[in-house]
Design a protein around this ligand. Structure first.
Ligand code: SIN
Length: 303
């Protein structure tokens, strides 16, 4: 019997597999398809202080081995997330959930984090400084070590739950940003959000996406995500949540060997809503195939 348990920032999870933010709604939508308690956890849709309608459509462009999204942080705002969404989730999920938080100013990050920090259902605060689809926020904080650290430090002063900062791959030196976040007090790091990309519609001669560009995700970015997890693992002493193009149990094992303690699955949920359940089912056999008894023992094993 293999052991898939992990400990992410002091919270034990049955397995490392968790749907990534923005690909699993607030969870209860998927509970209509399967028992979502099989998940290690999941990260819910990026939440801001005020409700957001998001970007104009089209917001999605299909690509070879992935897709581009420019959703623009559509969400009902933190008051409704706490008052409406989390109570619905409580009816079908009995594990700690990861709250994904976005903002346009440091004060906004702090306020949303403070409110979600008080929710019993929330295990971790995933501070997203990496959304490529909004102006003056999101990725603007995550592409500069000082700005990312300033968000982390401000949030950490006001909350009690572990703060995991989600970083952008659209940077020159991911290690410098990760180290700045660790020094500012981050309890963990999620790597990576989407890569800025675009498509052009040959019939119209114009960008497919109304916002012109968006975040590219899917299996094509897996090697980039893996490389960044590997590099950052060598530089920091806090846990890493690997994310980017993961679609099989083997990908999960690779991410853990690179240095991840938990592994998020994103675009795969949009192709197959059962993707996370299937990966979790496949994980023990994949571990046995490679002679792995315990996932915890292979964290960073490739170094
Ligand atoms: C979005 O809502 O635009 C995606 C969120 C993200 O990439 O962080």
């Amino acid at each position: 019997m293999v052991n898939t348990k992990m400990n992410l920032c002091g919270i034990e999870i049955d397995n490392p597999v968790m749907p990534a933010s923005g690909t699993f709604g607030f969870g209860y939508e998927f509970a209509e398809l399967y028992d979502i308690n099989v998940l290690g956890s999941f990260s819910f849709k990026g939440t801001t202080l005020e409700p957001r309608f998001g970007n104009p459509t089209p917001r999605i462009a299909e690509c070879t081995n992935g897709l581009i999204n420019s959703v623009g942080l559509q969400n009902p705002g933190v008051t409704d997330v706490i008052g409406q969404e989390l109570p619905k989730l409580a009816k079908c999920f009995n594990k700690p959930v990861m709250a994904n938080i976005s903002g346009f100013a440091i004060d906004e990050y702090v306020e949303v984090c403070k409110q979600l920090d008080k929710c019993d259902q929330v295990g971790w605060l995933e501070v997203n400084v990496s959304c490529p689809n909004v102006h003056n926020g999101g990725m603007a904080f995550g592409t500069d070590p000082k700005a990312a650290a300033a968000v982390v430090a401000a949030v950490k002063k006001e909350v009690t739950k572990p703060v995991i900062v989600k970083l952008s791959p659209n940077v020159r030196d991911i290690v410098a940003i990760a180290k700045a976040c660790e020094e500012a007090g981050a309890d963990g790091i999620t790597l990576i959000n989407t890569m800025l990309g675009m498509r052009i519609n040959l019939k119209t001669g114009k960008p497919v996406i109304a916002n012109k560009m968006g975040g590219f995700s899917g299996p094509a970015i897996f090697p980039i995500a893996l490389r960044m997890v590997y590099q950052v693992y060598e530089a920091v002493n806090i846990p890493i949540v690997g994310c980017g193009g993961v679609s099989t149990a083997e990908d999960v094992i690779e991410m853990i060997m690179a240095g991840a303690t938990a592994v998020q699955v994103g675009a795969a949920n949009l192709v197959n809503p059962y993707a996370c359940r299937d990966i979790i089912n496949d994980l023990p056999a994949a571990m046995e195939k490679y002679g792995i008894n315990s996932l915890e023992e292979i964290i960073g094993g490739a170094h």
